[in-house]
Design a protein around this ligand. Structure first.
Ligand SMILES: Nc1ncnc2c1ncn2[C@@H]1O[C@H](COP(=O)(O)OP(=O)(O)O)[C@@H](O)[C@H]1O
Ligand SMILES: [Mg+2]
Length: 375
């Protein structure tokens, strides 16, 4: 059963069309992440789901019930904001129980729910403190606790970790995943951080400019992006993009020449439903790790500018003979040195191919195997 369904949902502020027709579903218990650049409409979508904002057109269902005329307080959703939005003069206990007390929930129920939520979030020792006497991470836990005590059908999180420092972000990321496993509620989580998206989501919705670019599991989006935008957005460091031209098409694969790799004609398997022709200009996409462990042989010649050795792995930043920037992932024990020229073999079966509109033409066999192995 789907807990949340959006059908052709649109939102305009005056003459500005902000959400331009979004279809999506969050199944019961699913952890869905909305990801996309700043201003693409992530917060607006969340605010419409929880009822802080009316939809301009389309349908919004929660547990099969049409929400158009339902007040925010009756939707069974609870939202956690980036800014925490706690009452400064109230203790943690009062902040967490405020909504329940307003709804005239019996006191024993309120006390039990606050106790349980505090236990899950490990903030029992903070219940009598006020927000000003707590760290950012502790305040964010209180904000999450305030959502938990309401026992919503659907949790909505709007960039809840953005104000935390890097270490705490990682810790809270893991704890939110644990929380999801423990209470099993449907969660919709907004972030512009693609690492959060990759690590937390059952399903990622990639948004751009008020439209859905692609919906899929993290590995789906990583291995089989539908277009160049998704390919570039998911993955860190980013996929490399090189100009190329199709030389010939045969047996479901394209032979592609790339000025950056003049000695090597790439053979890239094509999707079944695409039409391509010899002579067509294309973009070849190669992830930094798909050069790994393949020195020598024909491939991409790169003069290395900078090497970042992270200990476990190294990234080399350089330029090709055709002066395009590329990033290579390398073994940390034997990284290339800056100033060096290296030949990085291209693993054809991992290459992506995009047409002039950025639509994906390829079906990288190696990438699909990665996905199957993980499934
Ligand atoms: N109340 C509003 N009035 C006018 N424009 C708005 C309003 N709220 C959001 N917008 C616009 O809608 C777009 C999407 O905003 P938002 O949903 O906040 O993006 P995101 O959360 O993805 O960064 C932005 O261009 C923003 O300026
Ligand atoms: Mg936002």
């Amino acid at each position: 059963m789907a807990d949340v369904v959006l059908r052709d949902v649109r939102k305009s502020f005056g003459s500005a069309d902000v959400i331009k027709g979004v279809d999506l579903e969050a199944r019961h218990g699913e952890f869905v992440v909305f990801v996309g650049p700043s201003g693409c409409g992530k917060s607006t979508l969340l605010r419409m789901i929880c009822g802080l904002e009316k939809i301009t057109s389309g349908q919004l269902l929660i547990s099969d019930e049409n929400m158009s005329e339902v007040e925010a307080s009756d939707r069974g959703t609870a939202m956690v904001f980036q800014s925490y939005a706690l009452y400064p003069h109230m203790t943690v206990r009062d902040n967490m129980s405020f909504g329940l007390r307003m709804a005239k929930t019996p006191q024993t129920v309120v006390e039990e729910r606050v106790r349980r939520a505090a236990e899950i979030l490990q903030i029992t020792h903070l219940l009598d403190r006020k927000p000003k006497d707590m760290s950012g991470g502790q305040r964010q836990r209180v904000a999450i606790g305030r959502a938990i005590v309401r026992e919503p059908k659907v949790f909505l999180f709007d960039e809840p970790l953005s104000n935390l420092d890097a270490e705490l972000r990682v810790q809270m990321r893991v704890e939110l995943s644990k929380l999801h496993n423990e209470i099993g509620a449907t969660m919709i989580y907004v972030t512009h951080d693609q690492v959060e998206a990759m690590t937390m989501a059952d399903k990622i919705v990639v948004l751009r400019d008020g439209l859905v670019e692609q919906i899929g599991s993290p590995l789906d989006l990583y291995t089989s992006p539908d277009n160049r935008f998704v390919a570039g957005f998911i993955g860190s460091p980013q996929m490399n993009f090189l100009k190329g031209q199709i030389v010939e098409v045969a047996q479901g694969a394209a032979r592609v020449s790339v000025p950056d790799a003049p000695d090597h004609l790439l053979g890239i398997p094509l999707r079944a439903d695409v039409s391509v022709a010899a002579g067509q200009q294309v973009t070849v996409g190669i992830r930094p790790e798909h050069f790994l462990g393949t020195p020598g042989g024909p491939g991409l010649e790169v003069s290395i500018d900078v090497v970042e050795n992270l200990g476990g792995i190294a990234y080399a930043y350089g330029r090709t003979v055709a002066s395009q920037d590329v990033i290579l992932k390398a073994e940390s024990e034997t990284p290339p040195q800056s100033g060096m020229s290296v030949t990085a073999s291209i693993k054809d079966e991992y290459c992506h191919l995009f047409d002039g509109n950025g639509q994906t033409l390829s079906m990288p066999a190696g990438a699909l195997r990665t996905r199957e192995a993980a499934a």
